[in-house]
Design a protein around this ligand. Structure first.
Ligand SMILES: NC(=O)C1=CN([C@@H]2O[C@H](COP(=O)(O)OP(=O)(O)OC[C@H]3O[C@@H](n4cnc5c(N)ncnc54)[C@H](O)[C@@H]3O)[C@@H](O)[C@H]2O)C=CC1
Ligand SMILES: [Mg+2]
Length: 339
């Protein structure tokens, strides 16, 4: 009894500590977003992810990529060494801040010479679409966020109404029209990603542009006026000719392609398994058994062909596609164990 109460007390105090540090950290981030002076101070001691014309700086080791984090001091030295104005650091956009209140930014050095920057930082500015699935841990989501935000700023330099320049606030959380004061905020397109299942099989598909052997769940952009459930039903009907029976929300993730999307993951069941693949949208779609899906989950990187065929592999563990498919296998196993 005493132990039980102690445990509850410990859980409650750990939660209070964690919750209060979360709140503190969130309030600090809010201040950096809104207050130019606070952000200017944070830029002096922050950490930076570097880009060159929207290509992130990465370092390769074996088959994996990681993104180097550059300190404000290192970045200032680089700018000085190349005879550049240190004020250019203020072109950065704020990404987040660590628990120790160290702010993280992204900066596009597209106006500088690419080769010499790569030499300075012992890395390469690489196509994110090609490296994203090879990035581990936190690197994938952070570069996805950074590229999407930098791209939004690059493509929103003028007001859509007056045609006059817009100005970035220091953190990059908005742009304001220099003449009519209209405020623009970074935007994301809602996209549904749906794992369709029928009994103990799930449906995976691929587009021609995917790396060889990579399959994933069905996805599609929401049309204006649609609910998420309506998008799920329409996309499944359009892409594989099936009628959805039930839809269940699973989770979400930001995705940087083609510009910036909010991926909304759903599970859906269908009434029968006879698919009619729309070849203008998909190269292939196929039902995988629980065992086949579990094997595919173990492979989350492009593999060498076996007898001329690349085995089915799935996006990496940190993607919504992977977690959606993994959750389905867990549920199937629990179901077959009678849980
Ligand atoms: N994070 C993840 O795990 C996954 C992410 N995705 C992402 O989902 C996104 C959408 O998937 P798709 O099957 O290609 O969508 P889709 O099935 O809706 O087809 C794409 C087409 O939709 C049209 N479209 C409508 N609204 C659009 C908009 N706002 N932006 C761009 N095109 C629009 C265009 O004609 C485009 O060619 C892709 O960007 C893809 O990278 C896809 C699978 C897994
Ligand atoms: Mg699609």
């Amino acid at each position: 009894m005493f132990r039980g109460i102690l445990n509850i007390h410990l859980i409650a105090s750990t939660c209070t500590r964690r919750c209060s540090s979360y709140v503190k950290h969130t309030r600090y981030l809010f201040d950096l977003k809104e207050n130019d002076e606070a952000c200017r101070q944070a830029l002096k001691s922050g950490s930076f992810y570097l880009f060159h014309n929207l290509l992130p700086l990465v370092r390769k080791s074996d088959a994996h990529f990681s993104a180097p984090v550059i300190s404000a001091q290192e970045l200032q030295q680089t700018l000085r060494r190349h005879g550049q104005d240190e004020q250019k650091i203020e072109d950065s956009v704020l990404l987040s801040c660590s628990q120790s209140s160290n702010a993280e930014f992204a900066l596009d050095l597209g106006w500088m010479e690419k080769g010499s920057l790569e030499k300075d930082y012992d890395g390469t500015f690489t196509n994110l679409a090609k490296t994203l699935v090879l990035l581990d841990g936190r690197n994938g989501p952070v570069l996805a966020q950074a590229q999407a935000l930098l791209r939004w700023h690059e493509t929103h330099q003028f007001c859509g109404k007056t045609g006059q320049p817009t100005e970035k606030n220091l953190s990059g959380s908005k742009r304001v029209c220099s003449t009519n004061g209209m405020v623009y905020y970074p935007q994301m397109c809602p996209v549904v990603i749906t794992l369709v299942s029928y009994k103990n099989h799930c449906l995976l598909a691929r587009q021609e542009s995917f790396p060889a052997g990579m399959y994933t769940a069905l996805s599609g952009f929401c049309d204006i006026g649609e609910t998420l459930e309506e998008t799920v039903r329409r996309e499944v009907a359009e892409e594989v000719g099936l009628q959805v029976e039930s839809v269940r929300y699973f989770g979400s993730q930001h995705w940087p392609f083609p510009s910036s999307s909010l991926m909304v993951g759903c599970h859906a069941t269908v009434q029968h398994n006879k698919i009619n693949v729309n070849r203008s949208e998909l190269e292939d779609a196929r039902w995988l058994s629980l065992e086949e899906t579990e094997e595919a989950l173990q492979r989350n990187i492009l593999l060498k062909p076996e007898n001329g065929i690349v085995p089915v592999w799935l996006p990496p563990t940190w993607t919504i596609a992977h977690t959606l498919i993994h959750a389905w296998t867990q549920k199937q196993k629990a179901h077959s164990n009678g849980e």
